[in-house]
Design a protein around this ligand. Structure first.
Ligand SMILES: NC(=O)c1ccc[n+]([C@@H]2O[C@H](COP(=O)([O-])OP(=O)(O)OC[C@H]3O[C@@H](n4cnc5c(N)ncnc54)[C@H](O)[C@@H]3O)[C@@H](O)[C@H]2O)c1
Length: 449
């Protein structure tokens, strides 16, 4: 099948590469010429495990190409996937300017039947807006070209995007036109070979399903973060509580980890957009308002623990910071808790030596030469002479560090762990004090063997 991806970011590039892998003829369009140049030169503009070889193989096989040429992209695909960004606008609602610009551009050029597939995360009713935008352009041109609208929200997670796309839990198709539904079924059949997990529904329900999924996951995280803060005060260990409730099959273990807040390009903006959509329709989504507020507060929890120990002014203090990306296996720092912590520590007069396995280039881009922020050559080097180690991202490489080496490099033997990576007893044995999220006071709590 001939497919165009409009937008070659995290979602567009992964979708394009995975569809090409199944034998489709895919052209990825982006207006960002620098991004397309990197791809044309054989590079990958983002860090996503498994993506580079997939892109290289499909480019070599002639099934995947990149362009900034809008005319070529519009002519190429029977399927035109819109996968552009929908960042939060000033009032929290999703900014649809890129989606509608893509629709307009398609309407200006479309000369034969197309299936327009919205993969961006968009508020309910956006498919109608896209349809009307394209129709208005066609009318302006005085041409009569048929097209179908489909909503196909994407559920991949960064850091595991290729696996998620190749083996989806489900594929949601919102569509009314039987011809478009047949094409979408055929397109996804190779990804659903062991059993059919393709859910066809009306467009509005498909649009809402994506927000509902992210809002539910964000809710679980904020719920656990609030309970963790309470557990800490009560002398209980949220990690034990997590296992205690996760083992209930009605609850399950996923997204029950307490930490220093969720970030990324999706949860924060999607929760905000859903709250906003509720307000527009006279519904105050109180649970989600609380989810967002709890998360904003949680992003300050590490700084609070640090000031409790070192005082409100951190002038003259230096902290080793492990983890800049909003989650492991990505270099994405959009809405990352590390950014809130960095800003707060610097504002309080501290300096920071940061380390991240892949996100340091992105951090350099974001912070340029911000005074007080330095990047280390290794995780251990970051600890050299620092007052404490602070962990913000749960990279696998941080899970079993050399505690003795950390201890010998730090000026004060303390780790602030925003991701609960360690056993308190192990740290105690290593002579390190451990400030984690919701783990009570190790001195007063008996830790099970
Ligand atoms: N990142 C994720 O994990 C994820 C997961 C599921 C859904 N989503 C949703 O998918 C959408 C895209 O997210 P992303 O993370 O891939 O964004 P992104 O910012 O990484 O990529 C978007 C790309 O679209 C390009 N673009 C913007 N306007 C364009 C236009 N008119 N024509 C061509 N290209 C254009 C931008 O230059 C950019 O490269 C968003 O709505 C997001 O909420 C993201």
């Amino acid at each position: 099948m001939k497919i165009t991806l409009i937008g070659t970011g995290y979602v567009g590039l992964v979708t394009g590469a995975c569809l090409a892998e199944m034998g489709n003829d895919v052209l990825c369009l982006d207006l960002d010429a620098a991004k397309i140049r990197i791809l044309e030169e054989g590079g990958i503009p983002i860090h996503e495990p498994g993506l580079a070889p997939l892109v290289a193989a499909n480019v070599a096989a002639g099934r995947l190409a990149f362009t900034t040429d809008v005319d070529r992209a519009a002519a190429h695909g029977l399927l035109q996937f819109i996968a552009v960004g929908t960042p939060p606008g000033e009032d929290g609602s999703a900014d649809l300017s890129h989606v509608l610009a893509s629709a307009r551009s398609l309407g200006e050029r479309m000369n034969d039947y197309k299936i327009v597939v919205n993969k961006s995360t968009v508020p309910v009713g956006t498919a109608d807006l896209v349809r009307a935008t394209i129709a208005a352009e066609l009318a302006r041109r005085g041409v009569d070209v048929a097209f179908s609208m489909v909503s196909n929200p994407e559920f991949l997670k960064q850091g595991g995007a290729v696996g998620d796309f190749m083996r989806p839990d489900r594929v949601v198709i919102g569509a009314e036109d039987p011809r478009a539904i047949d094409v979408m079924r055929a397109l996804y059949a190779p990804f659903l070979r062991n059993h059919d997990r393709l859910l066809v529904m009306d467009i509005r329900s498909a649009e809402l399903t994506k927000y509902a999924a992210n809002a539910m996951l964000a809710t679980r995280i904020s719920f656990m973060n609030e309970l963790a803060n309470l557990a800490g005060s009560l002398g209980a260990d949220i990690e034990e509580v997590r296992k205690g409730i996760g083992s209930d099959s009605r609850i399950g273990y996923s997204f029950l980890y307490a930490g220093c807040g969720y970030g990324g390009s999706c949860f924060p903006k999607d929760v905000k957009a859903l709250v906003r959509a509720g307000a527009e329709h006279g519904h105050r989504l109180q649970v989600l308002q609380a989810v967002e507020a709890a998360n904003e507060a949680q992003k300050h929890v590490l700084a609070r623990k640090i000031t409790q120990r070192f005082g409100e002014s951190l002038a003259g203090r230096r902290f080793a910071l492990w983890g800049l990306a909003f989650k492991p296996d990505t270099d994405d720092m959009r809405e990352a808790p590390s950014r809130v912590l960095i800003d707060e520590l610097l504002a309080r007069g501290a300096t920071i030596t940061a380390w991240d396995p892949v996100a340091m280039a992105e951090a350099r881009r974001l912070y340029a030469d911000r005074p007080g922020l330095r990047f280390a050559a290794s995780a251990l080097e970051a600890c050299d002479g620092a007052d404490a180690l602070v962990i913000v991202t749960e990279w696998k490489a941080f899970r079993s560090p050399d505690f003795a080496a950390i201890r010998s490099r730090l000026r004060e033997p303390v780790i602030f762990d925003g991701r609960n990576l360690y056993q308190p007893a192990v740290l105690a044995q290593a002579g390190l004090q451990y400030e984690a999220i919701g783990r009570g006071d190790p001195a007063t709590r008996r830790i099970p063997a």
